[in-house]
Structures are given as structure tokens and as C-alpha cells.
Ligand binder design. Structure first.
Ligand SMILES: *[C@@H]1O[C@H](CO)[C@@H](O)[C@H](O)[C@H]1NC(C)=O
Ligand SMILES: *[C@@H]1O[C@H](CO)[C@@H](O)[C@H](O)[C@H]1NC(C)=O
Length: 369
């Protein structure tokens, strides 16, 4: 009697342990179901990346899926259409996918990153429900054909560090709530159809180091508050419809090294501060900037690119420019400059094209004065 009871109890315990350990090892059925619904909305005809999405355990060798070690909940979806992984090498091609991103993805409540990048053909909209995923740190949807808007309550994702929706067909405006993303480090919305202004209090994005907004229809002024973003190193607002003056405070930023404002409707003078700053890559081409080139170059001036072409600059090229530490690529063409081109080492390698189409520049590499 006693022995049978013991064996029964032991067997029950063993069963319990087995069921516990298997449920610990595989992903929850709800996560698996959400992934399968996500997959069902996509079509990937060339590589077969979804062929591995079979079996009960979605944490085990499902291509592009990874889970949290402890909870076994799906934590990352990482699907890149351009990769050097064997599956791509074997097919001798980059990825292509059509379909859309299913809102089923929002049932993966512990998602920390969503990377669905460079598949070229994924359309539809960003599911609005992704703003309910409290652990999301990375959204990377670059290089698809996604349309619609950036969800207006994107600001709820207070852990978000990367928002990359570049090279899509996103329209609408930059949501005001974006300024609540106080962990955001990398914002890339290049080459979409985004219109309207940059939120005035964008300076609240204290962690931002790259803000790439080029190739949209963004209008309005450059908010002065941008210059309070201490970590901002790369600001690209080129190819938009931004008007008004360049805030002088941009030249006082601690680590700003790339400032691209080319192809906008900026007017007024070029702030003197930009020439004695840490900015080494400065493109202000194709605006309506006027006045003189500030006589403010010095040994601290180090430019890999200094492109001021296609503006309304007048007067002489300041003599101090030849005291610059370095000027790699200079373009002053298509302005109203006049007078002798300064001599000096930063200029030795420059060609005539850097100076053409001005009112009356002269001297090497143009005609002698
Ligand atoms: C930003 O967050 C605060 C506090 O959570 C909230 O009150 C505010 O409405 C949010 N702002 C925007 C523009 O969403
Ligand atoms: C500066 O911007 C203009 C206009 O967008 C572009 O054509 C040019 O190539 C840029 N200059 C450099 C040196 O990249």
C-alpha cells in the first residue's frame, strides 16, 4: 500500500516537473500564435526565411526571433533584407518581401526590438498598437514601402532609443509626442513624405545623438531648442522646405560635427559661430542665405566639407579662410562673390569649380586678377 502510494506520488511529481520544464523551455503558445499571424501577412518568395518557423518552440531556431532567457517571451524580431548570412549568400541575392506588418505583433508584449529592414516591398502602415509595447527599445523599418503616419502617441514608448523609418512612404507630421521620447538616441526619418514643422520643444530629446530628417517636406523654422541637445553630433535637415534663419546657437553645440541644411528655404546671414565651432561637415548649399562670408576662420576651422554654393552671398572670400587647419571640399560656386581668391595651403588643391559662377572672383585657380 505504502509503496504504491509512494510510487504514484513520485510519478505525479515527475510529471509536474516535466511539464514545468517543458513550459519553461518553449515559448508561450500565445507568442507562437502571434508570430505565425505576423508571418501570414508577409510574403517572402526568394529566400525561405520563414521555413524555420515551425515546431512548438518559437524560441528555438526560428530565423530572426530571439527570446528572453528567463521568461522565454519573444524579445526581438530581427529580419534584415540585406545581410551576409548564409541564407543570402546561397541565394546570391538580397531580400524582397511584400505584404504588411500585422498588428498581431503587438501581442508580443515583451518585445524589445522590431527590425524589419530593407525588404523593399513591405507596404501598409505601422500598426498603431506598437505604442502599447512598453519594453520597446528599437523600431527599425528602414527600406520598405510603408505608408501612413508615425503613430501620434509614439511618445508613450519611453524606453525607445532607436526610431528608424527611413526610405519609406510615411506621410503626415512629426507627432508632438515625440518630444516625450527622452531615451531616444537615433532618429532617422529620411526620404519619406513627412510634412509640417519640427516640434518646437525638440530640445527635450536629451539623449539624441543623430537626427536625420532629410528628404521630406518639413517646413517651418529650425527650433532654437535643438541647440540644447548636448549629445547631438549629426543633424541632417537637408532637402526639405525649412525657412527662416539658421540659429546662431547651432555653432555653440558641444559635439555637433555634421550639419546639413542644404536644399531648403533658409534666409538671412550665415551665423559667425558656425565657422569657429566643432562642425567639420557643413552643407548650406541651395538656400537663400545672404550677406558676407564671416571673416571668422582660424586654426580651429577644420572642414572636410564646406559647401556654401547656390546662395546669395556677396563680398570677398575672407582672408582668414587661408588660416584654416584644413578644408577638404570647398564649394563657393553660384553666389555673388567678388575679388581675389586668397592664397594658402588649405586652397592649394582646389579646382576652378569651387569658385565658378560668382560675380567677379579672380586669381588661382581662376583667371589672374
Ligand atoms: C508627454 O508625457 C507627459 C507625462 O507623461 C504627458 O502629460 C504629456 O501629455 C505627453 N506629451 C505629449 C505631447 O504626448
Ligand atoms: C551639398 O548639398 C547639395 C544639395 O543637396 C548637394 O548637391 C551637394 O553634393 C552637397 N555637397 C557635398 C560636398 O556633399
Amino acid at each position: 500500500m505504502c509503496g504504491v502510494r509512494f510510487i504514484k506520488a513520485a510519478a505525479a511529481l515527475l510529471l509536474l516537473l516535466l511539464s514545468l520544464s517543458s513550459s519553461v523551455r518553449s515559448c508561450p503558445p500565445s507568442d507562437r500564435a502571434a508570430l505565425l499571424a505576423f508571418k501570414a501577412a508577409l510574403k517572402e518568395p526568394y529566400l525561405g526565411i520563414f521555413n524555420s518557423w515551425t515546431g512548438a518552440d518559437c524560441c528555438n531556431k526560428w530565423y530572426g526571433v530571439s527570446c528572453d532567457q528567463e521568461t522565454r517571451r519573444v524579445a526581438d524580431i530581427n529580419l534584415r533584407g540585406e545581410s551576409e548570412e548564409p541564407i543570402f549568400e546561397k541565394a546570391h541575392r538580397t531580400g524582397y518581401m511584400t505584404g504588411y506588418i500585422s498588428p498581431a505583433i503587438c501581442k508580443l508584449e515583451r518585445l524589445s526590438s522590431i527590425t524589419i529592414a530593407d525588404w523593399k516591398g513591405i507596404s501598409g502602415e505601422i500598426p498603431g498598437c506598437i505604442t502599447t509595447l512598453p519594453f520597446l527599445r528599437i523600431i527599425d523599418l528602414i527600406g520598405n514601402r510603408i505608408s501612413g503616419r508615425i503613430p501620434s502617441d509614439i511618445g508613450r514608448l519611453h524606453r525607445l532609443t532607436v526610431l528608424n523609418v527611413a526610405d519609406n512612404a510615411i506621410s503626415g507630421t512629426i507627432p508632438g509626442s515625440i518630444t516625450n521620447l527622452t531615451s531616444l538616441m537615433h532618429l532617422d526619418v529620411r526620404n519619406n513624405q513627412i510634412s509640417g514643422p519640427i516640434p518646437r520643444n525638440v530640445g527635450r530629446l536629451r539623449m539624441l545623438s543623430r537626427a536625420l530628417l532629410s528628404g521630406n517636406r518639413i517646413s517651418g523654422l529650425i527650433p532654437g531648442s535643438i541647440s540644447s541637445i548636448y549629445r547631438l553630433a549629426d543633424l541632417d535637415l537637408s532637402r526639405n522646405e525649412i525657412s527662416g534663419p539658421i540659429p546662431a546657437s547651432l555653432g555653440k553645440m558641444a559635439v555637433l560635427s555634421t550639419l546639413n541644411l542644404d536644399m531648403n528655404k533658409l534666409s538671412g546671414p550665415i551665423p559667425v559661430s558656425l565657422f569657429s565651432s566643432g562642425i567639420s561637415d557643413l552643407n548650406l548649399s541651395r538656400n537663400s542665405l545672404e550677406g558676407y562670408i564671416p571673416n571668422a576662420f582660424g586654426v580651429r576651422s577644420y572642414f572636410t566639407v564646406l559647401d556654401l554654393s547656390y546662395n546669395k552671398l556677396k563680398g570677398v572670400i575672407p582672408k582668414s579662410i587661408s588660416s584654416s587647419a584644413y578644408i577638404g571640399h570647398l564649394d563657393l560656386s553660384h553666389n555673388h562673390l567678388c575679388g581675389p581668391i586668397p592664397l594658402g595651403s588649405p586652397f592649394d588643391h582646389l579646382e576652378a569649380s569651387s569658385f565658378l559662377y560668382n560675380d567677379c572672383l579672380c586669381g588661382k585657380p581662376l583667371k589672374p586678377c
